[in-house]
Structures are given as C-alpha cells and as structure tokens.
Design a protein around this ligand. Structure first.
Ligand code: HSE
Length: 342
C-alpha cells in the first residue's frame, strides 16, 4: 500500500514512526505492506516512488524542518496538492492542523485525493465538522474510502466500538469527555492547584493541545467530535453550527472546590440526546464511569438493549492518534482485499 502523508506535525511524525516499524511486520497483518512514498508539508515535499526507507524517515525526523531540504528526495516549495495529484499512491493520510473556519487546507487535500482515486485517512476534524455529509457522499461517488477514527478519542477506538461492537443494538444517546486538553487542565486545577494558564502551557508542551488553544478551551474541538459522532454513529446530518457550545474559560477553582464538597467535579461534556447536540462544563459525580482524569477521554453509549457502555482511553497525543491512522489503513486494506465498499 503506497501512502502519501500530508502534514508533518506531532501526528505526522507519529505516523512515520509507527509505519516504519510495520515495514518489517508484514506477515503479522495479513500481508499489509505500507510504504510512505511522499511526505508533504508547508515547505515542500520529500518523494521517493519506491518508498522512503525507515532510515530515511528517521533522518528526516532528526533533521527537522524544512523536510524538503533532504538532499536525495527533497522538492522545495512543492505544494501538497501537486504531490497528491502527481505521486502514484493508494492512500492519502491527511494530518494537517485543524481549521474550523473553512476546513482548509485539509478540505482541498481530501477532495483532490478523492478526485484522483485515492482513499483518505484523516485525523483532521475541521473538514468533517464543516462538511461531513458532503464528504462521505463524495467519497462514495468516487468509489474510495474515507476513514477518520483518530478524529474522536485519539487512539481509543470510540467510533469503531459504537459502529462495530454495538452493531445490532440501538444507540439512544451519547455522552462523554472528548477533549484531552480541557480534561487535563481541569484535572490539574482541581487536583494539583495548578493555574489555568500553567496547565494549558503544559498541555501544549505535551502535544495534546491544538495549535490554536481556543479550539480546545472554547469547546470547538469537542463540538467537532460531537458532529462526527452524530453523523457517523447516529446518522444525524448535523454540522458544527448545530452544536450548542460553551467552553471552560469560566470554570473557576472555587467552582471546582464547591463541586468537590458535593462529591462531584466539573468536566467539559459533549452529548447528543435526541436532536440536541451540546458541549458544556457539567458537574458530574466523581464515581460516574466517565469521570476520568488527566488527558483521558471517556464516552458512554446509552443503548436500548445493552444498557450503558463506557469506553476510556487516551484522547490525544501524537503516537496514540497515529495508532488510529494505522487502524484505518488496516481497515482499508481489509476492505480492498475482500472487495467490499461500505
Ligand atoms: N486537542 C485535542 C485534545 C487533540 O486535546 O483532545 C485530540 O483530538
């Protein structure tokens, strides 16, 4: 499987690390044999149609920016769209930073990939939050797969759990902590008396936070995930503007202390209940299964037959999210091998 990687930030580096390891494990995954044939970033690209070797990927990572300075395979200034258009590959992995104003540049990367017959794996919530119904239709029209399991829950397979493990049951409502950064900040504030600003700076250093901190703090990131869950799991054709959203800027240490005296704490909760999609700081009991600490995410699916099902896992981080990319690549590989388009 030839792969074009678009975006070389925290997640992009995680993807090269994980795939380089997989190069040598072909047999284990039923012949899955990934090859990164190009990496495109803002400064240009590195391209080797025969596949960038693990040593080369490591050298690129060590050298840092600009990646296009690679003496052997560097293409200074080559736009990602040209790379997608001209390099032969089966899959584009799109991991550029999130933009919820117009979804760009990811939206163009994804649609160009579709038009050139390439499947897409993305961890980018922007295009999906703004135009998920249209994008899934466009993928079908072009006869290619669009996979995005890293967009919700980081490495934790929340979308697959709901879609595959709960198939046959009816999911009535969804409720969860879907943003690692705000959960980390609220946990640091309430348990370690760290200030809001200090906790945010730490989350940025640890690679959890979005490039634009308002995305996390003001609840946009959670709202994007609510949109993806609503569309993919509950078949509700909503976009970002349909989510009633409040962030955590006004959650004070005092409010956290008062909640604590009642055996509760405050978490940023995203939920879908009937036609209502909401993101807001909510007081919840400390013994509720979704009441998890630090960068953890947790989600409860309220089902008709199996009752409440809760999944907990790390919701952010480069290597964790990259593991979701690998999961999606394996899913595409499996679908292609069995020639089912779903
Ligand atoms: N900034 C996001 C978070 C990254 O903190 O959850 C993962 O989507």
């Amino acid at each position: 499987m030839r792969i074009i990687l678009v975006g070389y930030g925290v997640v992009g580096k995680g993807v090269t690390t994980i795939l380089a390891r997989k190069y040598t494990e072909k047999v284990k995954d039923n012949g899955f044999s990934p090859k990164i044939v190009a990496i495109a970033d803002i400064d240009g690209a590195v391209i080797n149609p025969r596949g960038l070797s693990p040593e080369k990927l490591e050298a690129i990572r060590q050298r840092g920016y600009p990646i296009s300075a690679d003496p052997e395979f560097g293409h200074k200034g080559m736009p990602a769209l040209d790379v997608i258009e001209s390099v032969e590959a089966e899959v584009v992995v799109e991991v550029t930073p999130v933009n919820i104003k117009n979804g760009e540049p990811a939206l163009s990367h994804i649609t160009r990939a579709f038009k050139t017959g390439k499947h897409v794996v993305t961890t980018n919530k922007g295009p999906l939050a703004l135009a998920m119904p249209a994008l899934t239709e466009l993928a079908e029209y072009n006869n290619v797969y669009l996979r995005f399991s890293g967009t919700v829950g980081g490495g934790t397979p929340m979308l697959e759990f709901a879609k595959k493990c709960l198939a046959g049951d009816k999911i009535l409502a969804i409720r969860g902590i879907l943003n690692g950064t705000t959960n980390y900040i609220l946990t640091e504030m309430s348990q370690n008396r760290v200030t809001f600003q200090e906790a945010l700076a730490n989350a940025q250093k640890l690679g959890y936070a979005e490039r634009e901190p308002s995305m996390d703090i003001d609840g946009f990131d959670t709202a994007c995930k609510v949109v993806i869950l609503a569309n993919w799991i509950l078949n509700k054709k909503i976009t970002l503007k349909d989510v009633d959203r409040t962030g955590i800027r006004d959650v004070s240490l005092q409010a956290l202390d008062e909640a604590s005296k009642r055996g509760n704490t405050i978490k940023l909760i995203g939920s879908i209940d009937g036609d209502k999609a909401t993101v807001k700081p909510t007081e919840i009991p400390k013994n509720n299964p979704i009441c998890v600490s630090g960068v953890l995410n947790a989600i409860t699916f309220f089902t008709e037959f199996a009752g409440e099902q809760t999944l907990v896992g790390k919701g952010a981080g480069g290597i964790e999210t990259a593991s979701a990319v690998l999961r999606d690549l394996l899913d595409i590989r499996h679908k292609l091998a069995t020639k089912i388009l779903a």
